[in-house]
Ligand binder design. Sequence first.
Ligand code: PLP
Length: 371
Amino acid sequence: MIYADNAATTQLDADVLEAMKPFLTSEYGNASQPYSFARAPKKALKKARETIAGCIGALPEEVFFTSCGTESDNWALKGTLTTERDTQVVTSQIEHHAILNSCRTLERLGYSVAYLPVTDKGIVTPGALQDALQKKTRLVSVMLVNNEIGTVEPIAELAQLAHAHGALFHTDAVQAVGHIPVNVNDLQVDMLSSSAHKYNGPKGIGFLYIRKGTQIYSFMDGGAQEYGYRAGTENVASIIGMAAALKKNVDHMAEHTLNLHAMEQAFFQVLNQSGLDYIRNGAAQRAPGNISLSIKGAEGEMLLHRMDLKGICISTGSACDSVNTQLSHVIKAIKVPEAYAKGTIRISLGVHNTVEEAVKIAEALVGIVHQ
Ligand code: PLP
């Protein structure tokens, strides 16, 4: 089996599992309790928060643990609005459904939402944001890296513009954290979402970075965990795993990026020699390992299933959308020409892939299309 759907989820790193094990077995104390048995989980939790903060240039008290990227996105969007309905939220047409469907809920509640168009490379331009900003804009949310086509957005510029209009800025960095350098101060964001299973950590754990002083309501009400902003007994083992996974990926980022670029190069060498008629989607500045292709005359769904028969896991759009055979909202937004659009697939290589696998994937794909 060749796993090439790392934008959907990644393999748990072996060292990460080792770091988690004590907190799944012997160190099961509730980190909120005052007795000595709770000391080890409490200390590990503090260290994990510091590690994560250090990886993104934040303060530890600005890192709030959540159950996943989806929760972080929901919280950022729904937690910053007040009862004043004459408020606008601005986002882009190519966001993940965690953002888009949160925005639909906001609209149902009476808030207005502007969905920014993107260029054919999937870039949200400062000009488009400038046109949409209004006096009543309270929040702008634009993703750092797109999950389908890998485009890296000009977040610092967009955040500056939002701030100049008195709006808060959130970025969904679920596909960016652990893959490209992420520093909340360079990006100038007020909030940032992340999810551990996208960088070789466990599933069901994430965090929301919230800049000190940002006005936000709690999302999960209950106990006093997470400074009273996100209640619920801490998922200690997963939090430890998330910190270990992030630190390892950040420490090895340069090496991983080189390896992923070598894999991409090998992949495209095979593709280009085959004479396949395709478009590579996304901007030149994209997350390493993301290969979104639209192949002329092909059917993405058919390609996915034929690749599966050969033991290769790829995706047609985003994994969360795999039941939906229609063109993805991202492919529509970047206006992929009709003859190519239905033949869109996403191959997302990760740290556990090799150049040999990249070549095998390309050969299998060419074989299927040329059959
Ligand atoms: N945002 C983006 C850009 C994603 O790619 C994903 C997952 O595919 C999410 C949010 C949701 O993250 P999670 O699976 O942790 O809920």
